[in-house]
Design a protein around this ligand. Structure first.
Ligand code: SAH
Ligand code: SF4
Length: 437
């Protein structure tokens, strides 16, 4: 009989991709995946450590799993991902019953490690940093039409609040031929959309021989037959070139959506975050992008309550948000993460102040989104049908090229296809449409 594995993924798309690889490796090793931890023989938590709160969630999940381990002594428990990489000793202290820890550089060694744990009962901790992750690993992808493709790993920017360079290491780009081969394979398997992943995709190619920059990589991927849509994330505002903006306009498959994290609107805060741009430069960039690609939808990430952020500084963030009118914003209270530079800053703000600012920011962004979505009513969009709607099973759900979610009536055989949809109603969450033409 097949053994069963349960994988829980926290955090970003890169973690989701790594989990797809782990699922692929385990399936090849005769495991069956399950969505029920209580029936699993192997449980893996692929963890995120971009904020303290996410780490706490992982620890409370480990507490729940302890009970399963007590019931089933043969259950193997592994912690992978960013918490594993950065805090292996803390994980073992919090949960001494963990069988193995595999960091972000070593997750692909999973089958080997599970076998060793099973055979010898020894506990394994592997968080050694390695230069590359092998190519051609099997993957069990969650989605049948849209796939993640990492183009680089790690980050060299060291924004003062951020744990990513510590949990994912220095920036390493994948070779263009490996990326192109993966996208070609996806096209053969019927995938229509790829999302290229990296912490800072605009600096793709740094350190490679025969350097190909990100705009050139997009151009090469645009030629791959069968792929209809190309997305990418994340773009760092300091590294966006005019060449990239022009290629985004000219390459037919590159979608009209840009995730451009601004983080803050005050130059004092941006400088202390080490973001490498000013509010003025960001606004100029937005202006240039919108002039070149008028249909573009812009989304962002914003942190409130960074150390030393005054009410005046926060007002500048609100002011920037009003000026840009983003199509979406992921908003966070600053989280003090041990080991990052900003955690040592002395002017930390009380949690209450951060939460209150976050509430005001969310309220403003809701109003903006409602207004922007309303302006789309009556317009037609190409939608890639992703599946049944999450809310009601007799409706379909898909995304526009601008990454807006649209819900509409239609036959389930349209899943995976591109359809034209006219928007008939809107809210801050989603658009409602009708298939047309
Ligand atoms: N590489 C991406 C972001 C990766 S982390 C970029 O440069 O934009 C994703 C988001 O988490 C960040 O954009 C930031 O808004 C948020 N974040 C990162 N560290 C944080 C911290 N210590 N506290 C609160 N939010 C944080
Ligand atoms: Fe973190 Fe900054 Fe790198 Fe983004 S660019 S991953 S925020 S250090």
């Amino acid at each position: 009989m097949f053994k069963k594995a349960y994988i829980k993924t926290y955090g970003c798309q890169m973690n989701e991709y790594d989990s797809e690889v782990m699922a692929g490796l385990l399936t090849k090793d005769h495991y069956q995946l399950t969505s029920k931890p209580e029936e699993a023989d192997l449980i893996i938590l692929n963890t995120c450590y971009v904020r303290e709160k996410v780490k706490q969630k992982v620890y409370s999940k480990l507490g729940e799993i302890k009970k399963l381990k007590e019931k089933n002594p043969h259950l193997i428990l592994g912690v992978c991902g960013c918490v594993a990489q950065r805090r292996p000793e803390e994980v073992l202290q919090q949960a001494p019953y963990v069988d193995f820890i595999l960091g972000t550089f070593n997750f692909y060694r999973l089958p080997l490690v599970v076998r060793r744990v099973r055979e010898s009962g020894e506990r394994i901790v592997d968080v050694e940093e390695r230069e590359t992750i092998p190519e051609k690993l099997p993957k069990l992808r969650k989605n049948r039409f849209s796939a993640y493709v990492p183009i680089m790993r790690g980050c060299d920017n060291f924004c003062t609040y951020c744990n990513v360079p510590y949990v994912r290491g220095r920036e390493r780009s994948r070779l263009p031929e490996d990326i192109l081969r993966e996208v070609e394979e996806l096209s053969c398997q019927g995938y229509k959309e790829v999302t290229l992943l990296g912490q800072n995709v605009n600096s793709y190619g740094k350190g490679l021989e025969n350097r190909l920059d990100f705009a050139d990589l997009l151009t090469r991927i645009n030629c791959i037959e069968g792929i209809e849509r190309i997305r990418f994330t994340t773009s760092h505002p300091k590294d966006i070139t005019d060449k990239l903006i022009q290629r985004m306009r000219d390459l037919d498959k590159v979608c009209e959506h840009l995730h451009l994290p601004v983080q803050a609107g005050s130059n004092k805060v941006l400088k202390r975050m080490r973001r490498g741009y000013t509010k003025e430069r960001y606004l100029e960039l937005v202006d240039k992008i919108r002039k070149t690609i008028p249909q573009i939808s812009l989304t962002t990430d914003i942190i409130v309550g960074f150390p030393g952020e005054s009410e005046q500084d926060f007002q500048e963030t609100l002011d920037l948000v009003r000026k840009v009118e983003f199509d979406g914003a992921f908003t966070f209270c600053y989280s003090r993460i041990k080991g990052t530079e900003a955690a040592e800053f002395e002017d930390q703000l009380p949690e209450e102040v951060k939460k209150e600012r976050l509430r005001r920011l969310i309220q403003l962004q809701r109003e903006i989104l409602e207004k922007r979505n309303k302006s789309l009513v009556g317009q037609k969009f190409e939608v890639l049908v992703e599946g049944l709607s999450k809310k009601s099973s007799d409706e379909l759900q898909g995304r526009t090229r601008t990454n807006k979610v649209v819900v509409f009536k239609g036959s389930p055989d349209l899943v995976g296809k591109l359809v034209q949809v006219k928007i008939v109603d809107s809210s801050q969450w989603a658009l409602r449409g009708e298939i047309c033409g």
